[in-house]
Design a binder for this molecule. Structure first.
Ligand SMILES: Nc1ncnc2c1ncn2[C@@H]1O[C@H](COP(=O)(O)OP(=O)(O)OP(=O)(O)O)[C@@H](O)[C@H]1O
Ligand SMILES: [Mg+2]
Length: 250
């Protein structure tokens, strides 16, 4: 059964960046197959990973809705969509990617969400690690991808406002009935290691802080694929050290 890592946090804190870096470290450590899922409708995980994205799951659902005549006779619509969705997975070098997107067309959202949840549910069984990059709100995580995560990684900046948002997210996780076995906090873009107690107060397990990394910013400004980041980039070295419990399966 796949081990699910889900990213959460306020806008711009570094969720996508960390999702891509965690995927890279799991690959580098040869821990198993990795599926990265971009569940943010403003998807940019593909760029961060340097993987060419295919059609999004949302686009495929729209196409099937617009052209029902393409469904082979005798095949249930769901089966056909599931089959089409298999083609939406980009196969990268050691990391595969599924971009969820957002269906634009009319139709019942419950239905669309169920289809997406089903396909994600199946994929979870086919990979060793599933890393889900979420949008700032967490609604999609429960409605469209999965209600369960082995490791929820909340990313925050060091400000009181940022930490308040992290606390709100932790609350949301229980409100949405998301079952997160381990819940971690990483403080990003801060040189100071200060949040241990603050994390405890919001019932997150504090992993540590990642300092601002000029190399990371340069790579990201130059087109955003983090494969351009050197193996010894400070942000990677620190994440390898403090992130151990994120990818540890127990
Ligand atoms: N430690 C760091 N040092 C330097 N730059 C960083 C660091 N972490 C993230 N960044 C930069 O900050 C920007 C925002 O990061 P990112 O896109 O990962 O955030 P996000 O939480 O996914 O945002 P959104 O909520 O919009 O999806 C990116 O340009 C990224 O390169
Ligand atoms: Mg993002």
């Amino acid at each position: 059964m796949g081990y699910i890592i889900a990213m959460a946090g306020k806008g711009g804190t570094g969720k996508t960046t960390l999702a891509a870096l965690i995927a890279r470290i799991i690959k580098e450590k040869k821990l198993g197959s990795v599926l990265a899922v971009d569940a943010d409708p403003n998807n940019n995980l593909a760029e961060a990973l340097g993987i060419e994205s295919k059609e999004t799951a949302g686009q495929i659902i729209d196409e099937v809705a617009a052209h029902p005549e393409k469904i082979p006779s005798g095949m249930p619509k769901d089966r056909f969509i599931e089959y089409q969705l298999q083609t939406a997975i980009s196969e990268g070098d050691g990391i595969d990617l599924l971009t969820m997107g957002r269906p634009e067309g009319p139709g019942c959202y419950c239905y669309v969400n169920n289809v997406l949840r089903n396909i994600v549910g199946k994929l979870i069984k086919e990979y060793d690690y599933i890393i889900i990059d979420n949008e700032a709100g967490l609604e999609h995580l429960s409605r469209r991808t999965t209600r369960r995560a082995d490791a929820l990684v909340v990313v925050s900046d060091a400000t009181p406002v940022g930490l308040k948002a992290a606390a709100r997210i932790t609350g949301l996780v229980s409100d949405l009935d998301i079952e997160a076995r381990k819940k971690f906090l990483i403080i990003n873009r801060s040189a100071e290691d200060f949040a241990e107690e603050k994390a405890r107060a919001i019932r997150l397990d504090y992993l540590g802080n990642l300092a601002y990394d000029a190399q990371l910013e340069r790579v990201s400004l130059n087109g955003y694929s983090l494969s351009g980041l050197k193996d010894d980039a400070p942000v990677l070295s620190t994440l390898r050290r403090i992130g151990e419990r994120i990818w540890q399966r127990n």
